[in-house]
Design a protein around this ligand. Structure first.
Ligand code: HEC
Length: 208
């Protein structure tokens, strides 16, 4: 093969490669210059789907919202009927769990497991992790806390408050109400105000 022919072969190969890169770049939208027009799509791979996104606007419905309101009285699965903010906690979180020795025993058991590291066995604070340097919580037996509604204490356990984290994943709703009742026992010097004779035993009730 002569030198000229070899050169021609090289240049045409280079041209073909660049030509191919150009078309691949052009068709895939990866082009070196910017453009406001959408790239030419041979196969769109479901890039565009006729759908509306959550919270988006839509002129399909009269109210202009793409997302529909749930039907009245809808209860979400795994949702909660309790207040999601402290402002509503007093009125929305209603304690319907009766005070029984079993409930108080369960409350004592859960309180002593979950809460004593910070709030201590008497609820006054200075628990073990506080002695190791964690912020000391305010006493749960001081008059302000005695005046809290059951709903507010339930809310703090469920949602946490400032550096105290939520215990909703560690205590079932029933357990949280039991703990609320037990906090009343601590505040009342060892007996529940509604059940003066029954000091909580240490035998916890079994949960289903
Ligand atoms: C890791 C430590 C810690 C644990 C465990 C803990 N708390 Fe707290 N708790 C705190 C701190 C700190 C505060 C103060 C938060 C703040 O600054 O508002 C607090 C605040 C509270 C308050 C509000 C007090 C007030 O007057 O504002 C209640 C009620 C309460 N805790 C109950 C509980 C109960 C019941 C448990 C167990 C289920 C529990 N806490 C577990 C640290 C803890």
């Amino acid at each position: 093969m002569s030198n000229n022919k070899r050169k021609f072969g090289f240049w045409s190969a280079l041209f073909l490669v660049l030509f191919a890169i150009f078309w691949v770049g052009l068709l895939s939208g990866n082009i070196l210059w910017t453009s406001d027009t959408p790239p030419l799509e041979i196969i769109s791979d479901m890039d565009n789907q006729p759908k509306v996104k959550a919270q988006a606007a839509s002129n399909f419905f009269a109210d202009g919202k793409a997302t529909r309101e749930p039907v009245e009285y809808t209860v979400p699965r795994n949702g909660t009927k309790y207040a999601t903010s402290l402002d509503d906690a007093d009125t929305k979180n209603i304690n319907t769990i009766p005070v029984t020795p079993e409930v108080l025993a369960r409350g004592k058991n859960r309180f002593e497991t979950m809460c004593t590291p910070c709030h201590n066995y008497d609820g006054k604070g200075n628990g073990l992790v506080v002695q190791k340097g964690f912020a000391n919580p305010p006493s749960l037996v001081r008059p302000e806390a005695v005046a809290y509604t059951d709903g507010k204490i339930f809310h703090v356990i469920s949602a946490g408050q400032n550096i105290m984290s939520s215990y909703a994943d560690k205590l079932s709703e029933l357990d949280r109400w039991c703990v609320v009742h037990y906090v009343r026992v601590l505040q009342n010097g060892g007996t529940h105000p509604k059940m003066a004779s029954a000091a909580p035993t240490s035998a916890p009730i079994k949960q289903q």
